[in-house]
Ligand binder design. Structure first.
Ligand code: ASP
Ligand code: MG
Length: 452
């Protein structure tokens, strides 16, 4: 069985729901289909909650009316028979009655807020499943609140989810399409809760892990992850395959990819995750799995806005405990360190949040000598399969970058990442020359020689 997840924009218009039906019924495989709320709904619900907290009844009313009008119009285009429109209207009326009553609660607490916010997914799934029924598709709605569980720390309980969901699926052997809500769950007090904003991807990964799915597909509006930044580099292409580790390395760079913790359940159970594009369903997308057969260098990414701090101390020579004291200072000011390089008597680090730079500098100066910081730096990160026995990767990278000044290099922290710190003004050139050298040069060379 596969798990397919569609986000808010994929269900945000009636015609998009129609195309999802086409997509999920195009092959005969049994699927669990995880849906987000219609785009805009979660934000609208949160904003109603804010008005309720502020005791602004008129504003609450206005916001409810606006959202209700949106749903009334939505179902008119979603359904084509009078009968299913009637059912759809009953769903909308019923859920909006609930929304109204929750918003009347005083005091309006976090518990009510979570019940309110859950309505987005509760409505989208009911409306969509109603549409599948109208179209004669074999389907059933499985309420996520019956099997998605989090613990007191808000962390999902995979074993409990596995047991509850497994039991429910055993009773649904005849249905082809099993529809469920992303994002929402119950906490140990039995209350409605959620997996935090954007949590539907997490739901898909948890379900996929729990049932040891064949594959988890995350459907969005982009054709997978690109090998480089298309805004800066002309010739980019979607990456076909990535390992979980490579995907995690890229996540920091704001690449359009799932948050690494989101895919942890899939990774733990070795379930591949495929990113697919609803606009281009034939495209392969990006497959994230335990191993890949793809090229060894997968992608180049960059991050701007870094500051480098250069720390020297002759006390560091053959001493221990010095690095601990350095990092304790960063810890004290809750400042994450991105890149680190060391020599016998120095250590250089980069940070991307310089809010507390003055305080950090003052405290570091008590234990070491500091050189002037450099600002406006960018990390260029090359991600791939760089096992120790692979030769020549560094050569290719530095050959490409021979005209670009380099501030720091980090290689060997993982087998998947080579990071280089450059001035931000050189970033575009670095991305372009690396792109040509790492992804096109060898192919071009091969073509020249085979042509001869
Ligand atoms: N509807 C929720 C949100 O907007 C969850 C999701 O879409 O992933 O955050
Ligand atoms: Mg999302």
């Amino acid at each position: 069985m596969q798990v397919w997840k569609f986000g808010g924009t994929s269900v945000g218009k009636p015609e998009r729901m129609h195309s999802i039906r086409t997509l999920i019924t195009a092959d005969s495989g049994r699927k669990i289909v995880v849906l987000s709320a219609l785009s805009g709904t979660t934000n609208a619900l949160i904003s109603m909650g804010e008005s309720a907290k502020a005791n602004n009844d008129a504003e609450v009313q206005e916001k409810i009316d606006a959202l209700k009008a949106h749903y009334d119009a939505f179902i008119k285009e979603l359904y084509s028979t009078e009968e299913s429109l009637k059912k759809g209207q009953a769903i909308v009326d019923n859920e909006f009655n609930f929304i109204r009553s929750v918003l009347k609660s005083r005091p309006f607490t976090l518990k009510q807020d979570k019940e309110l916010v859950a309505q987005g997914e509760i409505m989208s799934t009911q409306l969509f499943q109603g549409y599948l029924e109208e179209q004669g598709e074999s389907s059933v709605l499985l309420p996520a609140l019956d099997f998605m569980r989090i613990d007191t720390d808000g962390e999902p309980e995979l074993e409990t989810i596995e047991a509850l969901l497994g039991d429910m699926l055993d009773h649904q052997t005849d249905k082809q399409l099993i529809i469920t809500q992303g994002f929402i769950c119950r906490n140990p007090r039995g209350e409605v809760d959620n997996l935090k904003r954007g949590g539907s991807d997490y739901t898909a990964s948890l379900i996929g892990g729990a049932i040891r799915a064949e594959e988890i597909q995350i459907w969005t509006d982009i054709d997978g992850m690109h090998n480089n930044d298309p805004r800066i580099v002309k010739r980019t292409f979607p990456i076909r395959e990535l390992t979980f580790e490579e995907a995690a390395e890229l996540a920091y760079f704001g690449a359009k990819i799932l948050h690494p913790s989101t895919i942890t359940p899939a990774k733990m159970r070795g379930v591949p995750v495929r990113l697919k594009n609803t606009m281009e369903p034939q495209a392969f997308g990006t497959l994230i799995a335990t191993t890949t057969t793809d090229r060894e260098i997968k992608a180049i990414a960059a991050k701007d806005g870094l500051t480098a701090i250069y720390i020297h101390s002759t006390r560091m020579l053959n001493a221990y405990g010095f690095l601990r004291r350095v990092f304790e200072i960063f810890e004290k000011y809750k400042t994450p360190v991105d890149m680190i390089t060391t020599s016998e008597v120095s250590v250089s680090v980069t940070i991307d949040n310089d809010t507390n730079l003055a305080e950090i500098t003052a405290e570091l100066s008590e234990i070491a000598d500091l050189e002037e910081h450099d600002r406006d730096l960018s990390i260029i990160c090359i991600v791939g399969d760089f096992k120790a026995d692979k030769e020549g990767i560094a050569l290719k990278v530095f050959e490409a970058m021979k005209h670009i000044p380099i501030r720091m290099i980090s290689y060997g922290a993982s087998e998947h990442n080579l990071s280089i710190l450059v001035w931000s003004k050189d970033k575009a050139e670095a991305l372009n020359v690396l792109n040509e050298r790492l992804f096109y040069y060898e192919d071009a060379m091969k073509n020249i020689f085979t042509a001869q």
